[in-house]
Write a protein that binds this ligand. Structure first.
Ligand SMILES: [Zn+2]
Length: 256
């Protein structure tokens, strides 16, 4: 029995047909992949890296600075297509209980938040060297505009959260398809995931082509179904004639 169930076959076919049509029109959709919450090597991380190697894909790993280990840096040193991004400081919620979880919100003075981000930047630079890219990924994809705008003061040039990014924002590249249903804390149903992918591709074919299409994963919470879905998805989009997977530093347009 296949781990990928047949629910969603129609959506998958529609997605594949969209890509084929894009290829026939010589259109290209730029894809990228971000996985969040890495701190140390785990069996799930090994599986994630193996998945990236198997499909020969670049991968941006949002690493939580405070808990990041030497062992993680050693692991990534062997993965030339994998880069580390800065995932806040310690992934701690500072919002009151009735609000959505936020580490980098406006619940504390900006100076206090920036001091933590500076610590995180130093720590990731020291641990990962050139594998670390100066890109801020806010925990829970939430951030106060004041913090987002001040990030460059500590060296964080790039920014990545979730949903459509403003078209005029430099070095800002979001993710768009989160394959976890966080309310259910389980895999997004396959049909829903392909339907989302179709919508994002259609949006680009209609004119938003410049915005890379970001797949968001969280290796620590993947179920078998999630891994199977990703394997199937990457087999389709990894080397399709209508897709491009540039190296991570390239689409963040980071200076050398
Ligand atoms: Zn996170």
């Amino acid at each position: 029995m296949s781990a990928v169930d047949s629910e969603g076959d129609a959506e998958r076919q529609r997605f594949a047909a969209l890509l084929d049509r894009a290829a026939s029109q010589a259109r290209t959709i730029v894809f990228w992949w971000r996985d969040d919450d890495a701190q140390q090597p785990t069996p799930a991380l090994a599986r994630l890296l193996a998945l990236a190697r198997r499909h020969d894909l670049p991968l941006a790993l949002a690493v939580i600075p405070k808990g990041a280990t030497d062992a993680l840096a050693e692991t990534l040193a062997n993965e030339p297509r994998v880069f580390a991004l800065q995932h806040g400081w310690q992934h701690r919620n500072h919002a009151p209980a009735q609000e959505k979880k936020t580490e980098l919100g406006d619940h504390r003075p900006v100076s206090e938040v920036m001091a933590e981000l500076a610590l995180g930047f130093e720590r990731l630079s020291a641990l990962f060297g050139e594998t670390f890219l100066p890109v801020l990924v806010p925990p829970w994809n939430r951030i106060a505009a004041s913090v987002r705008d001040a990030r460059r003061e500590v060296g964080l040039i790039g920014f990545s959260a979730f949903d459509a990014a403003p078209s005029d924002a430099a070095h800002w590249v979001n993710t768009h398809v989160d394959i976890i249903d966080w309310r259910a804390r389980s895999a997004l149903p396959r049909a829903a995931a392909y339907a989302l992918l179709c919508w994002e591709v259609e949006r680009r074919l209609a004119g938003d082509e410049a915005e890379p299409l970001g797949i968001l994963t969280h290796h620590l919470v993947h179920e078998e179904e999630t891994w199977a879905f990703l394997d199937e998805l990457f087999a389709l989009v990894g080397d399709h004639a209508a897709t491009a997977w540039p190296p991570v530093p390239e689409f963040f347009a980071l200076p050398n």
